[in-house]
Design a protein around this ligand. Structure first.
Ligand code: APR
Length: 312
């Protein structure tokens, strides 16, 4: 009897975020993983190490490392983490140009052999890289998704839980907009056990937590000094992967290509979406107060500016 292949997730970039994502996917037994990098030996070495942990931890999905996109064929999901970090003296435009070339190249190669895949983009600057991935793959908007909001809201949730000394499990947070500085948290939709945090914390304290969330990435970079966050980013990717593979239809904040929703057309922006087997099943629209609207528009404008800096 012919063997039915297991579901396959390709993770491009075997650095901190990519390798940790691969580890978390196989440890939850969600799918076989193919780890790809441009550096020879790096994905092979990390995949071998992870495969050798399998008997101890007890996962039985497979992981392979490769430099060859042929090995990624027929993936259900392609996670893109390849890129370079911003180096001292490098302008934002230089970073965008370099990462756009990297993301464009890897997406083209991976999409060619997995034409039905769903792409999850992680490489920064996130919203701009989503555009590059959509252009390079030619995939429809439902199948190109950016990971940002899950991470931003996870950070916000962890700070709220700490502040109120409650379990993170009971804290929900709602964020909109671009990744980072222009993120738009919505405190009135952020809840602890169903109670909006506006009932539990002072506006000043909420603003402080929001600020810390906006700078969450920078706070980790300042401590690490030689790299950026990877545990929480990887966990956030895996939550999205799981919702897609298991068709859970979780409502998660993701960067989605807006086609008129929230009054925005032709831009990737962080919004709540239903994530299922087909990728983005639906964008959920909520009404915004004038202040929230202004913050969202500012965020969309910042994304538009980034996209305009993309090489043609
Ligand atoms: N093809 C494949 N892999 C590549 C390519 C390429 N063309 N160019 C670079 N890479 C690989 C690097 O060799 C490296 O192993 O991408 C990997 C990036 O890993 P790290 O430098 O460890 O970066 P990481 O911390 O994982 O972050 C990756 O995610 O959160 C974002 O801002 C972060 O954009 C960054 C990305």
């Amino acid at each position: 009897m012919a063997r039915v292949p297991r579901r396959k997730v390709t993770v491009i970039g075997a650095g901190n975020v990519g390798a940790t994502t691969a580890q978390q996917i196989i440890e939850t037994g969600l799918a076989d993983v193919v780890l790809v990098d441009i550096v020879e030996g790096l994905p092979q070495g990390k995949a071998l190490d992870l495969a050798e942990a399998a008997p101890v931890i007890g996962y039985d999905v497979r992981i392979v490392g490769t430099n060859d996109y042929a090995d990624t064929a027929d993936s259900k999901i392609i996670v893109v983490t390849s890129g370079i970090p911003r180096k001292p003296g490098m302008s934002r435009d230089d970073l965008i140009a370099t990462n756009a070339t990297i993301v464009g190249g890897v997406v083209k190669a991976a999409a060619a052999v997995s034409p039905d895949a769903i792409i999850i983009v992680v490489t920064n600057p996130l919203d701009a890289m989503c555009h590059v991935a959509m252009r390079a793959s030619g995939f429809p908007k439902e199948r190109v998704i950016g990971m940002a909001g899950v991470l931003d809201s996870a950070r916000f949730r962890s700070f709220i839980a700490d502040e109120l000394e409650v379990s993170v499990r009971d804290v929900r947070a709602f964020v909109l907009g671009g990744h980072g500085d222009t993120m738009v948290p919505l405190p009135r939709y952020s809840t602890v056990g169903g109670v909006p945090i506006t009932e539990l914390l002072s506006p000043e304290r909420i603003e402080q937590l929001v600020d810390r969330t906006r700078n969450g990435g920078a706070e980790v970079v300042a401590l690490l000094k030689t790299g950026s966050a990877f545990y929480a980013p990887a966990a956030s990717v895996v939550e999205m992967v799981e919702s897609i593979l298991r068709d859970r239809r979780r409502v998660l904040p993701c960067a989605a290509y807006l086609d008129g929703e929230y009054g925005v057309r032709g831009l990737f922006c962080g919004v709540p979406v239903v994530l299922g087997n087909g990728g983005i099943e639906r964008v959920i629209e909520i009404s915004l107060t004038p202040d929230e609207r202004a913050a969202f528009d500012k965020s969309a404008e910042a994304v538009r500016e980034l996209v305009e800096h993309l090489p043609a």
